[in-house]
Design a protein. Structure first.
Lengths: 209, 137
């Protein structure tokens, strides 16, 4: 065996090597369509193993700081979506009109995004960005409409639980579309999250009875 | 449309929305996240006018204020989710964010609104914390 050549002995490492090879192949097929920076962003998002400070990083980037920033972004997202959930609870207690609350939500968020885009010079970025945004906005509106009608016909606790369990879809997309390889502990953590959602839903149903 | 079909549609569309957040970075659009979010919320705003007009109610000041606060929280959450999905694996980011925000709502719902948390809720919070630790550790 040559020095420096690593032999993948475990099944997990074999899958890891295959996933990284698939990601590299996919990256090469995107080179003709995207700028160098876009390609680099796609590559860093397809990391399928834990990054340590000893890992070699692309020039100008520290992948270890990327992971720290991911934790920071996740924490901000948790607090923000938690605040959003509490705001919806507040609107229920105040007897607010749901359609007006949603419209005010979309308008205020859209205004904030417009100010952000203008401040960062991103207003000129039309094309794919706008197309993806329009698609996501249409899907989001249809989702809210369907959920409101479902909640009106059935139990809000059951509806809420089912909606929160929909995180299996982006997780499945990450694994099967973008070739991410979870470790065994990630599967266990994911199962615990699903169990937690189900338990919270059962608690909500008991509280309403 | 029956309840089952409606909830199935909502389940699928909610999941696809989260896939879209991951797709922002996968399509190389992470640098123009503000434009993506402006397009998303702008489209939802245009479509959201119709239910308000159809209901025919007078605008409520408290509804507009609560909605405005929710909008700021929503865009902060979406932008942070897109950033996290660009920097880490999707199978970690989405469960951590979804589970963490639900736990936060459960705990602060008890503190702010005096909502009681039963044994299932306490078990759910404990299991959720363990799950987040398992994913993020």
């Amino acid at each position: 065996m040559e020095a420096g050549v690593r032999v993948h002995t475990s099944a997990y490492e074999n899958r890891l090597a295959k996933a990284e090879a698939a990601a590299s192949a996919r990256k090469l097929s995107w080179v003709a369509l995207k700028s160098d920076l876009s390609n680099w962003l796609c590559y860093t998002s397809r990391r399928s193993r834990r990054i340590t400070p000893n890992d070699a990083a692309p020039v100008g980037r520290n992948l270890y700081n990327d992971e720290l920033m991911a934790y920071v972004c996740s924490a901000v997202a948790i607090v923000s979506f938690g605040a959003l959930g509490l705001t919806y609870k507040l609107s229920d207690r105040l007897g607010c009109d749901k359609a007006q609350v949603n419209l005010a939500l979309f308008l205020s968020a859209g205004a904030a995004a417009l100010i952000w885009a203008a401040a960062t010079g991103g207003l000129a970025a039309l094309g794919r960005a706008a197309a993806l945004g329009v698609a996501m906005g249409s899907i989001s509106f249809c989702n809210i409409t369907a959920f409101r009608q479902a909640a009106a016909k059935g139990r809000i606790s059951t509806s809420w639980t089912v909606i929160n369990l929909s995180l299996v879809i982006p997780v499945a997309a990450s694994v099967f579309i973008w070739s991410e390889v979870p470790a065994p502990r990630h599967y266990l953590g994911f199962a615990l999250i699903l169990a937690a959602i189900a338990l919270l839903g059962m608690d909500l149903e008991r509280a309403r009875e | 449309m029956s309840y089952r079909r409606l909830i199935a549609v909502s389940f699928f569309l909610n999941g696809v929305t989260m896939v879209g957040m991951k797709a922002v970075s996968e399509f190389g659009l992470a640098r123009v996240t503000p434009m993506v979010l402006f397009s998303m919320y702008g489209t939802s705003s245009l479509l959201g006018i119709f239910p308000v007009v159809a209901a025919g109610r007078r605008p409520q000041r408290r509804s507009l204020w609560v909605g405005a606060i929710a909008g700021i929280a929503s865009i902060a959450g979406c932008a942070s989710s897109i950033g996290a999905a660009a920097l880490a694996q999707g199978y970690v980011v989405f469960p951590v964010i979804s589970g963490g925000s639900l736990l936060l709502v459960a705990v602060f719902g008890r503190i702010a609104f005096g909502e009681k948390i039963g044994p299932y809720g306490l078990a759910g919070i404990a299991v959720g914390i363990a799950g987040i630790a398992m994913l993020g550790g």
